[in-house]
Design a protein around this ligand. Structure first.
Ligand code: AVJ
Length: 315
């Protein structure tokens, strides 16, 4: 029996969310809980696999368009990144735009701290003001950022694909308000393509995506005193054509009962926990959504195969 910790408290948002999801008719967990420190690291590992094409495709596009971006938005000002700033992509943007202030926003504070330490070594003249925040909720940016005339939001990695269709639009509306009139927002999205290519990217042959998904159960055990047997579940990736999204599930290999934060959760053999959605857009569906949120699409960059899109929006 694990010692009770503060995460057992009913007012803990993690415990509440997990229990609500696991007692629902169709079990599900918000994908934001996949990204604890281990999960964030496993996601970085996914991006290095052969099968996961989005990160390297996006990076290839960035290498061709950052100069043009800086010409459009201007040099200097503030960059606010929706994400930790751990990626190579951040540096491509910082090198081109040369902001005076950089604000990374991330839910995983510890992971972000490491990224910030590395960035400030590489960019000694750059002011960095990290904000630990869940950007699926409204966030407040530092005054020093809001006072700058040139403000650029940056949302790489196709993380927007994690939002439900309606929520992605609401998010774009919120960012429009947060960044303010005259700001730019560079938002990146994975595009609809051959379903086998898509499915392989979310069930890579190295098993890294499976480990990433199963880490959720390890996290429940550690932080909620749950007793999941991680070997009695397996990872599954499904392309949902109607909703234009890849879904990740954890599937129970047998009938079993698991104890989570003081409750018994029953699983039938083959029962799923739905853990993540990754929506795929087309240039047109992204444009419609952005315009619905009050943005103008200034420019769209893609790769030769049209696998990935980089959209520059203007408020
Ligand atoms: C971090 C949301 C962009 O959807 O491609 C990758 C997450 N999950 N493999 C994606 C993810 C499994 C990733 N995003």
């Amino acid at each position: 029996m694990q010692a009770a910790c503060k995460k057992d408290m009913p007012d803990d948002p993690f415990a509440q969310d997990v229990l609500a999801g696991l007692t629902a008719k169709h079990k599900w967990i918000s994908s934001k809980w996949l990204y604890d420190q281990a999960g964030s690291q496993l996601f970085e590992d996914i991006t290095q696999t052969e099968d996961y094409y989005p990160t390297r495709t996006e990076a290839a596009i960035f290498r061709t368009m950052m100069g043009e971006l800086a010409e459009i938005t201007g040099i200097g000002g503030g960059v606010a990144e929706y994400g930790s700033g751990a990626s190579v992509k951040t540096r491509l943007l910082l090198d081109a735009v040369k902001p005076q202030l950089y604000v990374p926003l991330d839910i995983a504070g510890e992971f972000m701290e490491e990224a910030v330490a590395e960035l400030s070594d590489a960019y000694p003249d750059l002011a960095i003001a990290p904000v630990v925040a869940d950007f699926t909720q409204p966030v407040t940016l530092p005054d020093a950022f809001n006072r700058l005339e040139r403000r650029l939001g940056f949302f790489p990695g196709s993380t927007i694909g994690n939002f439900e269709a309606g929520k992605a639009g609401e998010f774009l509306t919120r960012v429009h308000t947060t960044l303010g009139d005259g700001a730019y927002f560079l938002v990146c999205a994975d595009l609809v393509k051959d379903r086998d290519v898509l499915r392989r990217a979310y069930d890579d042959s190295d098993g890294v995506t499976a480990a990433f998904n199963l880490n959720l159960l390890t996290r429940f055990n550690r932080e909620l005193g749950a007793d999941f047997d991680e070997t009695a579940f397996h990872h599954e990736a499904v392309w949902n054509e109607d909703r234009s999204r890849i879904e990740m599930h954890l599937v129970s290999d047998k009938d079993q009962t698991v104890h989570v934060a003081g409750q018994d959760i029953d699983f039938a053999e083959g029962e799923h926990i739905h853990t993540e959605n990754s929506h795929k857009y087309t240039p047109d569906t992204m444009r419609d959504m952005a315009e619905g949120a009050g943005w103008t699409v200034e420019k769209v960059w893609t790769d030769e195969r049209d696998w990935f899109g980089v959209f520059l929006l203007k408020a």
